[in-house]
Design a protein around this ligand. Structure first.
Ligand SMILES: Cc1cc2nc3c(=O)[nH]c(=O)nc-3n(C[C@H](O)[C@H](O)[C@H](O)COP(=O)(O)OP(=O)(O)OC[C@H]3O[C@@H](n4cnc5c(N)ncnc54)[C@H](O)[C@@H]3O)c2cc1C
Length: 565
């Protein structure tokens, strides 16, 4: 591909010089990579972004895949500042392999998989509990292994190595991949930098045109105290992820009261840290939901449930890979929840009239809702209304409760202020490859080598209006609004091919190498579920072979070789 020519300057974009990327997960990293890629910019300094920086609030990049050792405390399981023996206090996730219980090495396809391997892969829990409290926990958990096969996971810009064990990369492997990817861009990456507020720049009471952005951020690198800075940026790429705020289904009688009570009987998958806390406990567990996380958790905990089967509540049979195991019983969805008098267990009422009593843990694996409380954007017209709306809190009453980004063009650009765009907003089956395509578009639009396809705000609003209409969104339709950014299979393919064709219209060859839904990838996508189910069964057998919980020896091995899928 040749270096591109610049296009006619669009007054909605202007000639930005400074671009800020918010978030250092996969989405933010690929956005930075594409911004720095010379093939996305002309040699003409007068038309493109020369200064690009990425702010990440946590101590390291990687987003979901960066599982800090202090996650456990933040998730409420570990005890801060607990004194441990000298021997165990040497153990951290990054050094040697002492385990919380007697884990034995396991043989896998004739290859010895040792305790130390498991610890290194992040599949085992170190003997010592971590000491710090994480401010922003990852929704990941011990033993998390991806559910997307490498060809659909990796960026085209960098192939991921073959997983050491099994077919799906582990959390540690995926994180290492992202660290390697970030390495050459370090001078542009600022960790410990939290974005606290973003809003348009006003001059004399009016928003600038093109819209520029005022960004306030805090520096958390020191001890405790943070230093706030406010800066102006010409363009902002928002990539903070979509797994921050737990979503609980509407209409479950008594649920809010239970959550308000602070009871530990009911929890969300975001705070699930792996099976270890369930080991050597009397467990009667209910998992609400049957998507990927719910099914992972069921596969982990089924062997640790005491006596009765582990109940999995769903409105319909699971569409996602799951372990076929008689210890997991599918039941109807929950209609009411109530704590026992001593608050140590719960009773659940299901929609088909079934009552489940003495439940020791109810885990809601029911997804997340969007909310970016730090982001305020204009709606309506820039001239007539300087009123700002909190993004994902649309000014529609109900949407404010459920979260969606209104007035957005093809899940990316704000129609009224396209100097701000999102990367990684949709929920889809291939988030990294889609983020890579989005990032190339963002880089090319902001470097003035790709035109926005519609000449006005109305044109840019088309895709938003179409999708809202398709979903039949009404003010009181909570689930509908959540669905605005959820791409089902066909919708994901449509968006991908539309974005690729947009790139090609700008310059032939500019989508080369990017993820296309070609025959090979369609084939991989089709088999992914059955491959995953085979993997779940294999991992269960691996635990049995190693004498883990299924083999009756003690529980920590469920974590040690517990690929969660
Ligand atoms: C349990 C779980 C399992 C998953 N498994 C898979 C899988 O197998 N395969 C797959 O492809 N995808 C999987 N995903 C989806 C996952 O979301 C993507 O893989 C990917 O992490 C999305 O990248 P992102 O950069 O958009 O968001 P994230 O990974 O969430 O990263 C966002 C980053 O932005 C930072 N940030 C947020 N707000 C601010 C702020 N105000 N200031 C500064 N920084 C901020 C966060 O700290 C974080 O580091 C899984 C998700 C979860 C929760």
């Amino acid at each position: 591909m040749k270096r591109p020519q610049s296009v006619a300057i669009d007054p909605r974009i202007g000639t930005p010089k400074r671009c800020l990327i918010i978030g250092g997960g996969p989405g933010g990293l690929i956005a930075l990579h594409e911004h720095l890629n010379p093939l996305n910019r002309t040699a003409d300094e007068s038309v493109d972004v020369r200064h690009v920086e990425l702010y990440e609030r946590r101590a390291e990049v990687g987003g979901v895949w960066f599982f800090e050792k202090d996650n456990d405390i933040a998730k409420g399981w570990a005890t801060p500042n607990k004194k441990t023996s000298t021997a165990s206090s040497k153990n951290t996730p990054s050094n040697n392999g002492e385990y919380a219980s007697n884990v034995t090495d396991a043989k896998h396809n004739g290859v010895m998989y040792t305790q130390a391997d498991a610890l290194k892969d992040g599949l085992a829990v170190p003997a010592e509990e971590p000491q710090k409290v994480s401010r922003w926990v990852s929704p990941a958990y011990h033993g998390l292994v991806g559910n997307v096969l490498p060809p659909l996971l990796e960026f085209a810009a960098k192939p991921i190595s073959k997983p050491r064990l099994g077919l799906f990369p582990s959390m540690t492997e995926t994180h290492q991949y992202l660290l390697d990817f970030a390495a050459p861009m370090r001078s542009h990456i600022h960790t410990h930098r939290e974005v606290k507020h973003v809003e348009p720049v006003f001059i004399n009471g009016k928003i600038t045109s093109p819209v520029r952005w005022l960004v306030t951020s805090s520096d958390w690198s020191g001890q405790g105290e943070t230093k706030e800075t406010t800066e102006e940026w010409d363009t902002v790429i928002v990539a903070p992820g979509i797994n921050e705020h737990p979503y609980y289904p509407e209409g479950i009688a008594g649920l809010q009261a239970v959550l308000d009570s602070g009871s530990k009987v009911v929890m969300h998958a975001k705070t699930y840290s792996g099976p270890l806390p369930f080991v050597n406990q009397v467990n009667k567990i209910v998992v609400v939901g049957n998507g990927n996380s719910a099914n992972d958790i069921c596969a982990h905990l089924a062997p640790l449930n005491s006596g009765s089967p582990l109940y999995r509540c769903g409105r319909h049979p699971s569409n996602f890979a799951h372990l076929k195991d008689e210890r997991i019983l599918d039941v109807a969805s929950v209609s009411a929840v109530q704590l026992s008098d001593d608050k140590s267990s719960a009773t659940l009422h299901l929609t088909d009239g079934t009552i489940l009593s003495d439940i020791t843990k109810v885990i809601f694996a029911t997804g997340y809702q969007l909310d970016f409380p730090w982001l305020r954007v204009p709606r309506a017209s820039l001239d007539s209304s300087p009123d700002l709306t909190q993004v994902a809190r649309s000014d529609l009453q109900s949407a404010s409760k459920y979260g969606a980004v209104p007035d957005i063009y093809e899940q990316m650009f704000l129609a009224i202020a396209p100097t701000l765009c999102f990367v990684g907003l949709p929920t889809c089956s291939t988030p990294l490859p889609l983020a890579e395509i989005e990032s190339r578009i963002a880089a090319r639009v902001y470097h003035n080598v790709l035109e926005l396809p519609a000449p006005d705000v109305d044109g840019l609003l088309t895709s938003f209006r179409t999708k809202s209409k398709e979903l039949g969104l009404r003010d009181d339709d909570a689930n509908g609004w959540r669905g605005l950014h959820m791409l089902r299979g066909a919708e994901e393919r449509r968006l991908t091919s539309y974005l690729l064709s947009w790139l090609e219209r700008g310059q032939q060859g500019s989508s080369d190498g990017l993820y296309h839904w070609d025959e090979r990838r369609e084939g991989i996508a089709k088999t992914m579920r059955s491959v995953k189910e085979g993997e779940l069964a294999r991992l269960r057998d691996l635990r049995v072979a190693a004498g883990g919980v299924d083999g009756g020896v003690g529980g920590a091995l469920a974590v040690a070789v517990g690929y969660e899928v």
